[in-house]
Structures are given as structure tokens and as C-alpha cells.
Design a protein around this ligand. Structure first.
Ligand code: AMP
Ligand code: TRP
Length: 328
């Protein structure tokens, strides 16, 4: 029975193009966890507008992200898939939580420092309060577990702190969520600079393999990927470029680390990159075919049903919160 299952909630922003880091760090785990948990997967378009977006492009990207969720294996019959702005409770609870959060704790968020490029003077207020909206997303659904990549860990800690503070001040209201950060794949690095994470906002497209890249582009990007000095193809933290490529290979093929190393024993970087490209292309092929198979109408209908289901849960939480704080 679904009501006895624990809950998971996660989301991604409909900006840029999703890359294999998003897939390996987040989506892959969502798919694996979706039957064990009662699952909510959101397209966080309200988070997207914390940076300037072209309205038409945003609308299209929102639908494209739904397409990617489903192609990755999220089953809307099993999980609740919806668009954040379709459930107005996200914005409502975010306001309340912004009255619970403190300036100091938001000022410590490293993603704000990165995205505002160190200048809070010109940064949008929404970019600053972004983690409060994220806490609202999570807490609305009484979420037990939040599967995300490493870069979201600090935001998750803030969500936990806000839940605990609210519960302390107004009585038991929210489940305090736990992060689920995968042991392997939580931080896939750029192919061009293994000291940086693979990122949608990277100006150099050669740093990332996008989920919808064609086979030629994938092969070219991997051919150009930087490597380390030395020749051995082994998992060695002190050689971050090869470590990153091997991690991608491991997750795409499902082989153990020892099998991966054995596979490339005595082989050179050229051979390794060719075989890695084949593995990535092979892996993405069925995904890309599936992504093409959904019509806009079909996606819109599934998202409408998802929003209705999400709203049933979210509205209960908001009602409870309003009562607790004296609004109703
Ligand atoms: P975003 O699309 O930026 O909202 O990210 C969606 C999910 O992908 C989040 O859970 C991120 O933590 C995860 N993610 C983003 N970049 C990476 C990366 N380079 N490696 C692993 N996970 C990532
Ligand atoms: N901030 C997350 C990111 O950029 C996206 C996100 C918004 C999210 N709300 C969430 C992730 C709630 C997990 C749970 O990746």
C-alpha cells in the first residue's frame, strides 16, 4: 500500500540541457528508488527564473524536461510528475519559510556565492532565497528522502534546519528530510577541466555530454576529453581526469570497478576513449528514441494529472502550517 511507503521528492531546473552528470547523479537514482518509495518528481520552473530566462524558451524547456524524466524511466503511473508552478502551495510555503530562515544562513550558501559571481548588490533576491523555495518543495510533501547530487547537500541541510526550527517553534509539523547522495556519480566532473563539475551553465559545451547529443558529437567530445599524465587506466583519486572517465564508464555499463580496470589493462587512452564513447552512445540510444516518442499533448495531460495529485498532498501541509502559525 502506497500510504505505508516512505516518500521521496526531487527536481531539476528546466534550463540549459541535461547532461550525463544530471542523469548519473540524480535521475538514475530517482528511477531506481521510485517503486520502493512514494515518489514526487518536480520540474522546478520557479527556480529557473532566479536567473533571466526567455519566456518562450522556458515554456518549451519545461515540457522537454518532462520528456527527459519519462525517457529516463520515471513512470508517471508510479510516480507523481509535475510542474512546480502548477501547485501554488510551493510559493505559499516558501513565503512562510522565508520568515523562519535567517539572513546569515542564506549568506553561507556557496551556490549563491557562485551564481551571483560574488556580487550580492546586483543579484536577484530570488537567487538569494532560492534554497528557501527548495525547502518548501521538500517539506510540503513530508519527504523522507531527497535524492540529489553532491552540489545540493548544503541546500538539503538548510531544509532540515528550517523543518526542525519550525517544529520546535510551532509544534511537530514537518518530516525532517534526509539527503540521498549516491556513493558513485554524485559529482561527475567536466571533460575539459576535472577540477570543475560538469555543468549546464558551462560556456564550453565540450565539457559536458548532453543526454540528447548525437553519436558523432559524443565521440568527438570524448576524444577531446583531457587526461592525466601517466598511462594506466585505474581508479586513482590523484588522477582526476581518468577517475572521472572511468566512473562514467562504470555507471554506464554497470560493471564493477575491478571489471572496468581489468577491461583496460595494458590498453592506451585512445582505446579507452573509443570504448567509453561506444558505451555512452549505446546507453543513450534507447533513451533518445524514447524521448522522441512523446507528443506535447500526451506530456501536458500527464503533467496535469501529476499536478492534481501533488496539490492534494501540498494543500494539506499548507493548511496545517496556516493553522499552526495563526493564519486560519
Ligand atoms: P539541476 O538541473 O541543476 O537542477 O540539477 C538536477 C540534479 O542533477 C541535482 O540533483 C544535481 O545535484 C544533479 N547534478 C547536477 N550536476 C551534476 C554533476 N556534475 N554530477 C552529478 N550530479 C549533478
Ligand atoms: N536546487 C536543485 C538543483 O539545482 C533543484 C531543486 C529544486 C530540488 N527543488 C528541489 C532538488 C527539491 C531536490 C529537492 O539541482
Amino acid at each position: 500500500m502506497s500510504s505505508f511507503k516512505k516518500r521521496i521528492f526531487s527536481g531539476a531546473q528546466p534550463t540549459g540541457e541535461l547532461h550525463i552528470g544530471n542523469y548519473l547523479g540524480a535521475l538514475k537514482n530517482w528511477v531506481e528508488l521510485q517503486t520502493e518509495y512514494e515518489s514526487f518528481f518536480c520540474i522546478v520552473n520557479l527556480h529557473a527564473i532566479t536567473l533571466p530566462q526567455d519566456p518562450k524558451v522556458l515554456k518549451q524547456k519545461t515540457l522537454d524536461l518532462a520528456r527527459i524524466y519519462l525517457a529516463a524511466g520515471i513512470d508517471p503511473e508510479v510516480s507523481t510528475v509535475f510542474i512546480q508552478s502548477d501547485v501554488s502551495e510551493h510559493a505559499e510555503l516558501a513565503w512562510i519559510l522565508s520568515c523562519v530562515a535567517r539572513m546569515g544562513e542564506l549568506e553561507r550558501m556557496t551556490q549563491f556565492k557562485d551564481k551571483s559571481k560574488g556580487s550580492s548588490e546586483r543579484a536577484g533576491v530570488g537567487l538569494f532565497t532560492y534554497p528557501v523555495l527548495m525547502a518548501s518543495d521538500i517539506l510540503l510533501y513530508q519527504t523522507d528522502l531527497v535524492p540529489v547530487g553532491q552540489d545540493q547537500k548544503q541546500h538539503l541541510e538548510l531544509s532540515r534546519d528550517l523543518a526542525q526550527r519550525f517544529n520546535r517553534d510551532f509544534g511537530e509539523t514537518f518530516v525532517v528530510p534526509e539527503p540521498y547522495i549516491p556513493p558513485v556519480g554524485a559529482k561527475i566532473q567536466s571533460l575539459q577541466d576535472p577540477s570543475k563539475k560538469m555543468s549546464k551553465s558551462d560556456e564550453n559545451a565540450n565539457g559536458s555530454i548532453f543526454l540528447l547529443d548525437d553519436p558523432d558529437t559524443i565521440a568527438k567530445k570524448l576524444k577531446k576529453a583531457v587526461t592525466d599524465s601517466g598511462t594506466e587506466i585505474k581508479f586513482d583519486e590523484s588522477r582526476p581526469a581518468i577517475h572521472n572517465l572511468l566512473t562514467i564508464y562504470q555507471l554506464m555499463t554497470g560493471k564493477t570497478p575491478a571489471e572496468c580496470e581489468a577491461n583496460f589493462e595494458g590498453k592506451g587512452y585512445g582505446h579507452f576513449k573509443t570504448e567509453l564513447a561506444e558505451a555512452v552512445i549505446e546507453f543513450l540510444k534507447p533513451f533518445q528514441e524514447k524521448a522522441k516518442s512523446y507528443s506535447d499533448e500526451e506530456l501536458n495531460e500527464k503533467l496535469r494529472v501529476g499536478a492534481k495529485k501533488a496539490k492534494e498532498v501540498a494543500s494539506q501541509s499548507v493548511k496545517d502550517v496556516y493553522e499552526k502559525i495563526g493564519l486560519i
